[in-house]
Design a protein around this ligand. Structure first.
Ligand code: HEM
Length: 481
């Protein structure tokens, strides 16, 4: 316990697991359990997960000082358990060192290039937005109705799933797409069955025959998702060989951009890490990290807005003023829509979709918030706790976008996309999706509850991903003059 921040007294082998389980059970969730530890030990504390010390930072300034100012010390990903299954130190989420740098840089540059010039990123998001609303208004019993009811989560799953799929392989998912159904079922199954301990338990132990009963539920879904990614890659490679598909100087999707880089490296005789096997993991990472996160945030947004119809009206007033009510909202409008930006910040604060953020590992002894911390310790900036800090966000349980207009720069004290050099790679894409989908939805539709208004309360307080309750919503087209 020397050279570590303060924390509850650990027992041999199990560390603080018994206290952690008790606090979480007693208080009704992971965040609430950690809040109890914070009360006794402050905003930087150590919790032993079995023999592994983990340090939680719930203070924005300390997170900034460590993860941003000393990014090199706090920038190594810790991904021992299920996080490293399938990836095995490849991809972007779980890799480190030169491999991570090369693949993160490549993915960032490729996504950024899609946002320049003719801005195919915005085009694709808007195409999917228009297509999806029209599609749902014309299927089932709706028959070009001015309003339609839908399950919020499935609706946004399909919308964001198609956006990321278009970015990756330029293909949209349809409502009855069997691959999409299976993909979603597998992803949900994997996420729902993965527990906190699966993150810390080494892959070889998780794969041992003693844990065979767990493998079907946590590994099989991930295997299937990787399999689908590989199938998509093989299909494109075959199309290139047959001449059915050609590569252009300005690639239309991530897959083409990667293949161009791979063929170029091959031609130049480089010992490159851009191979077909590594491509599959990069795409798997982008799909998994990019779909569920954005879709869950949009579902939270709907739940919050259904609880506060006055926010919908106020946002629409701003948006009609900016667009004249005759055109769609565009990313170039961002500077003149402060209220919509405040709504999005408040949705992300309330949603804080990760109950526990991904971890980093220290490779040298250092200090955190004035306390020593030794090499080999896992550290995380605890997003969900930072976003409920009463000194920054008064009455934090309330959904109140105005707080961001009342206190200048308050949005800068939030870290929904993580912090420092391992922060979210898809931040720009996700922000563009949230802005365009929510903004245009508020401009074009009224939201009505179907049945009870959903509570602004998670149904997965013990899971890794914080989901809103399942609910249906009715979208009613706004009459435009
Ligand atoms: C609202 C949507 C999203 C949220 C809230 C979110 C949040 C996060 C968070 C909290 C992290 C961990 C950061 C850290 O360790 O400090 C992360 C990492 C990551 N995200 Fe996102 N994300 C979102 C959307 C996306 C999208 C659309 C993509 C893909 C295009 C994506 C790709 C990634 C990747 C690849 C990483 C790992 C980065 C690395 O380790 O270098 N995310 N995200």
């Amino acid at each position: 316990r020397k050279q570590l921040p303060r924390g509850p007294y650990p027992l041999p082998l199990i560390g603080n697991l018994h206290q952690l389980f008790y606090y979480c059970w007693k208080n009704g969730g992971l965040v609430e359990g950690y809040a109890e530890i914070e009360k006794s030990f402050g905003k930087v504390y150590t919790v032993w997960i079995g023999p592994m010390p983990t340090v939680f930072i719930s203070d924005y300034d300390v997170a900034q000082e460590t993860h941003v100012k000393r990014a090199n010390v706090f920038g190594t990903r810790y991904a021992p358990g299920i996080m490293n299954y399938v990836r095995f130190d490849k991809g972007v989420v779980a890799s480190n060192g030169e491999f991570w740098q090369e693949h993160r840089r490549f993915a960032l540059t490729t996504l950024r290039n899609f946002g320049f010039g003719r801005n195919i990123m915005e085009e694709r998001i808007m195409d999917e937005y228009r297509y999806r609303f029209k599609d749902f208004a014309t299927t089932g019993n709706n028959n070009m109705a001015k309003s339609f009811e839908t399950c919020a989560r499935s609706f946004f799953d399909l919308l964001t799933g198609s956006v990321i799929n278009k970015v990756l392989i330029n293909e949209r998912f349809e409502q009855d797409d069997a691959d999409f159904e299976k993909l979603k079922t597998n992803l949900s199954r994997g996420l729902e069955n993965t527990g906190f301990l699966d993150i810390f338990c080494p892959v070889n132990i998780l794969q041992s025959r003693f844990l065979k009963w767990r493998q079907d539920s946590i590994f099989q879904p991930l295997d299937w998702i990787l399999e689908l990614t590989k199938r998509n890659i093989a299909k494109r490679v075959a199309q290139l060989k047959s001449g059915e598909h050609v590569l252009h100087d300005e690639p239309d999707d991530f897959l083409d951009a990667y293949l161009m880089k791979m063929y170029k490296d091959e031609k130049e005789g480089l010992d490159s890490t851009f191979t077909l096997d590594n491509l599959a993991i990069d795409m798997y990472d982008l799909w998994i990290a990019g779909q569920e996160t954005t879709s869950t945030t949009l579902a939270w947004a709907c739940a919050c807005l259904l609880n506060k119809p006055e926010v919908v009206l106020k946002a629409r007033e701003e948006l009609v003023h900016v667009t004249g009510g005759h055109r769609s909202l565009s990313l170039t409008d961002k500077k003149v829509t402060p209220y919509l930006s405040a709504v999005i910040s408040e949705v992300q604060r309330v949603a804080s979709i990760l109950n526990v953020n991904l971890f980093r590992i220290l490779e040298e002894d250092t200090y955190v918030g004035g306390q020593p911390i030794r090499a080999g310790t896992a550290v995380t900036a605890h997003i969900s706790m930072i976003h409920v800090d009463e000194t920054l966000f008064k009455n934090h349980t309330e959904f109140n976008p105005e707080r961001f207009l009342e206190v200048e720069g308050l949005d800068k004290k939030m870290i929904p996309f993580g912090i420092g050099k391992r922060a979210c790679l898809g931040e720009s894409l996700a922000k563009a999706e949230l802005y365009l989908v929510l903004g245009n939805m508020l401009l074009d539709y009224n939201l009505e509850p179907v049945g009870d208004v959903p509570k602004i309360q998670t149904i997965t307080p013990f899971g890794l991903l914080k989901r809103p309750p399942p609910f249906k919503v009715r979208f009613v087209e706004v009459e435009k003059s």
